[in-house]
Write a protein that binds this ligand. Structure first.
Ligand SMILES: [Zn+2]
Ligand SMILES: [Zn+2]
Length: 352
């Protein structure tokens, strides 16, 4: 039996033929990174290879000292005789599926991906391969996303109603990816958009990369602007801090795929939940796996046993890949937060 092209070692997914890792969780000599959420890279690697389209964000996330090499989407290079290329995964700016080819065998490590349109990043591109490594963050049949345009419509409506009654609309979302997608999608004619520093830093990187975002105002703690018609976008970590306690008349919202579920243990309230995810839902996971034409599927990051079992029952050879990332960052890490939130969404109500 020959060595598989990619296999787990103690640092991450390793390609022995090319002598590199993909999305390692421990420092390695050479790391290829699917995207800049912290559950997909380790600090202090010798070098990083990333999609050129996400270069500005990777610089912020990996640090000023990191040695970062970039490769534009679709352009193949050879690493020790292994052909490597990056292809859009539609998840966040610069997110990539990594295609690895050696002696006629093709593997694709998809990282996190979604199929719904997103004005802030290139759309997912299906890649034919023999072996496909898929994420499983929302790999349960209950996860089916509504049309993102409709969800944005309900957010606009909520904001408009709050603005009309002189209330600030305070929207919590993940600061890298989701926040920019929201800012690019909402209707900026309703009122001014203010941001928390964690969001604004990434906004800058997106703008430098050529992503069009409407004007946003960085909300400095010491200033007291008129926020009566404002939409304020902040990371979940800012909830219940002095930064958010400053708002007087306020309606709070939370945007996440996890808004689809209703937690039973609820402690803290937000007024509204909006179901919008940067990951594929159940149907899109299955569609994507089918489109790759792969016979062998490795499942990682999320509901691994559920998806693995379904695939094995439907003619695939599927295996779970246990990484050390199970509680990482981004949407994947938010489930605990959401369980603690008193959230019943209209969307979830009508779907269940
Ligand atoms: Zn991610
Ligand atoms: Zn992830």
């Amino acid at each position: 039996m020959t060595t598989p092209l990619l296999q787990l070692d103690r640092s991450g997914l390793y390609c022995a033929a090319g002598d590199f890792h993909i999305d390692p969780w421990q420092p390695v000599k050479r790391a290829l990174i699917t995207h800049a959420h912290s559950d997909h890279f380790a600090r202090d690697c010798g070098s990083y290879l990333v999609a050129a389209e996400g270069a500005t964000v990777f610089r912020i996330r990996l640090g000023a000292d990191a040695l970062i090499e970039t490769l534009p989407y679709g352009q193949p290079i050879s690493i020790n005789g292994v052909t490597v290329s990056f292809h859009p995964s539609g998840h966040v700016l610069g997110s990539a599926q990594i295609r690895v080819e050696h002696r006629g065998e093709v593997w694709v490590a998809a990282g996190d991906y979604k199929r719904d349109p997103d004005p802030t990043c290139a759309p997912f591109e299906p890649i034919r391969c023999h072996t496909f490594i898929t994420e499983a963050t929302f790999a349960l049949p209950i996860y089916r996303w509504a049309d993102p345009q409709k969800v944005i419509g309900t957010i606009n409506e909520w904001w408009r109603r709050n603005a009309a009654s002189g209330k600030t609309s305070l929207l919590f979302s993940y600061a890298f990816g989701k926040a920019q997608r929201l800012i690019a999608s909402v209707d900026p004619r309703i009122g001014p958009i203010f941001t928390h520093g964690a969001v604004e830093r990434i906004n800058d990187a997106y703008r430098q990369s050529g992503v069009k975002l409407p004007k946003t105002h960085y909300l400095v703690r010491s200033e007291k602007p008129d926020l009566r018609r404002a939409l304020v976008i902040a990371p979940v970590s800012a909830r219940d801090t002095a930064w958010t306690r400053r708002f007087n008349q306020v309606s709070t919202g939370y945007v996440s795929g996890w808004m689809r579920i209703r937690g039973t243990r609820r402690r803290r309230a937000v007024d509204r939940g909006f179901v919008l995810s940067d990951h594929a839902d159940w149907e899109d996971l299955l569609l994507t796996i089918k489109e790759t034409g792969a016979e062998r599927i490795y499942v990682t990051h999320g509901y691994v046993p559920v998806l693995t079992r379904w695939l094995n029952e439907h003619g695939y050879n599927a295996y779970g890949l246990q990484t050390h990332y199970e509680s990482g960052e981004g949407e994947a890490a938010e489930v605990g937060e959401v369980e603690a939130a008193e959230v019943v969404t209209e969307e979830a109500e009508s779907n269940s």
